[in-house]
Design a protein around this ligand. Structure first.
Ligand code: C6P
Length: 440
């Protein structure tokens, strides 16, 4: 399992993230049950339509599970009210449901304390919160922030803005031609000037699973803090913040069968306690004078204004849904679809697949291009066959530049996808390839 060393810090670089251990253990005990995809699909009414939809754009946003919608409907129909302020029954019920959702999220990622879970709107807002609150207070001119060329813009632009505000310097870890991070460079990048490493756990374009735990150990060894963009990992496999020992971790509800408008920021307690508020307003204060205020305890300090109440409740139910379904089984299912998709797609004439091919280094995301066919044309033709995929730069323009492409086509899998979805994808691609190259 030891895949090498990270720079001068001599920290072992583990190729396999820890969740694979869970997977291996689970698969060899009676605990492991493959997914019952047919049953799962019944929880998503969109799949009952005819002709059936092959929804393969899960990295952008997943479908919402019925129990999630039911929980949100129940809030709107029976106890809709604001939280943390009403001295009446339904407001107390809403407060309880909202805070219960926080407990479920804390358990999902094994946060030591529930107050380390801050509800935001999405991953983007979570990262911006850290960049403003922690970043403005801790980053100075000449400090270095280490990123990678595979970052989503949400884990790049906030750091660019922070660097512009403070005079800090951004440094980038490159990737190999296979789409893995090039750790031979880490030696030069991580120095005593490094104050922060911000890295995606899983690339939304290449599907690469980065060895985040080793990165965190290496960053901590030089005294740097680490922000993990977990938008593409938490929904798909078990992530344990105590095991990772990350300083901050961000993800979104809408990528894990939950609603839009709700995201999560986890942070180390001492950091969150020291950090100044991000947004000011109601709910985040202790006492307000004309010229100055004192602030509420965590997590309220970072949740100014009326939050997304129904959405938080929905997220709590999405967490229940995923954990009851079993995240290890979801991961195995996605890996099987990925393997099958790789086999099918590599047979298509003129196709270039991007990202690693070894399954343990890749999540259920597959990006590709077909020679002579624009990705948008591929997406349009697939749409006429009832296959939904994403084509474009996927909010990762520096990565597109590194791959020397303007865009890619991307298919991404989740618990409700089937082998038939992959077959329809490859049939549609064959047609697109024939149609578009015949025209030229
Ligand atoms: N990626 C995709 O199609 P928000 O929009 O804040 O919920 O998530 C932002 C984000 C941050 N990091 C990663 C790794 C992501 O994949 C995303 C969202 C979508 O790839 C929409 S661009």
């Amino acid at each position: 399992m030891e895949g090498g060393k990270i720079g001068r810090l001599d920290i072992p670089f583990k190729c396999l993230p820890s969740f694979h251990l869970h997977k291996v253990i689970n698969m060899h005990t009676s605990e492991f049950r493959p997914l019952d995809v047919e049953r799962i699909r019944k929880d998503f009414p969109i799949f009952a339509t005819e002709p059936p939809l092959a929804f393969l754009d899960n990295a952008a946003s997943t479908q919402t599970a019925r129990p999630v919608v039911d929980a949100m409907d129940a809030y709107y129909d029976t106890y809709r009210s604001n939280i943390h302020r009403g001295i009446y029954r339904i407001s107390e019920q809403a407060t309880e449901a909202y805070e219960h959702a926080r407990e479920k999220v804390a358990q999902l990622i094994n946060a030591p304390r529930t107050r380390q879970i801050i509800f935001t709107r999405n991953t983007t807002e979570s990262i911006n919160l850290v960049a403003h609150s922690w970043g403005n207070a801790n980053i100075r001119e000449g400090d270095e922030i280490v990123l990678t060329v595979m970052e989503h813009h949400s884990n790049l632009v906030p750091w660019q803005l922070l660097a512009q505000r403070t005079g800090a310097v951004l440094r980038f870890l490159e990737i190999t031609d296979e789409g893995l991070l090039d750790f031979t460079q880490f030696r030069d990048l991580l120095t005593e000037k490094t104050k922060l490493v911000a890295m995606g756990h899983v690339s939304n374009v290449l599907g690469t699973i980065n060895p985040i735990q080793s990165v965190i150990e290496a960053a901590h060894a030089v005294g740097a803090k680490v922000v993990v963009d977990a938008a593409q990992s938490v929904p798909h496999f078990h992530v344990d913040v105590q095991q990772l020992d990350c300083d901050f971790l961000a993800f979104s509800g809408h990528k894990m069968c939950g609603p839009t408008g709700i995201g999560v920021l986890y942070g180390q307690l001492e950091l969150l306690e020291e950090m100044p508020p991000f947004l000011g307003g109601g709910s985040m204060i202790r006492a307000v004078e004309r010229d100055v205020s004192t602030y509420a305890e965590l997590p309220a300090k970072f949740e100014a204004g009326t939050p997304s109440i129904a959405e938080a409740i929905g997220l709590g139910h999405a967490v229940d849904y995923l954990t009851q379904t079993n995240l290890a089984a979801i991961h195995v299912h996605e890996q099987e679809l990925l393997k099958y998709a790789h086999q099918c797609l590599k047979e298509i004439e003129g196709i270039t697949l991007y990202g690693p091919s070894a399954p343990h280094q890749k999540a259920g995301v597959i990006s590709f291009n077909i020679e002579g066919v624009h990705p948008h044309d591929v997406a349009g033709i697939l749409d006429t066959h009832g296959v939904a995929i994403r084509a474009g730069h996927h909010c990762a323009q520096p990565l597109m530049k590194r791959l020397d492409v303007i865009a890619t086509v991307r298919a991404s899998f989740y618990l409700y996808n089937t082998v038939e979805d992959v077959d329809r994808l490859s049939e549609g691609l064959c047609r697109a390839q024939k149609l578009m190259t015949r025209r030229k």
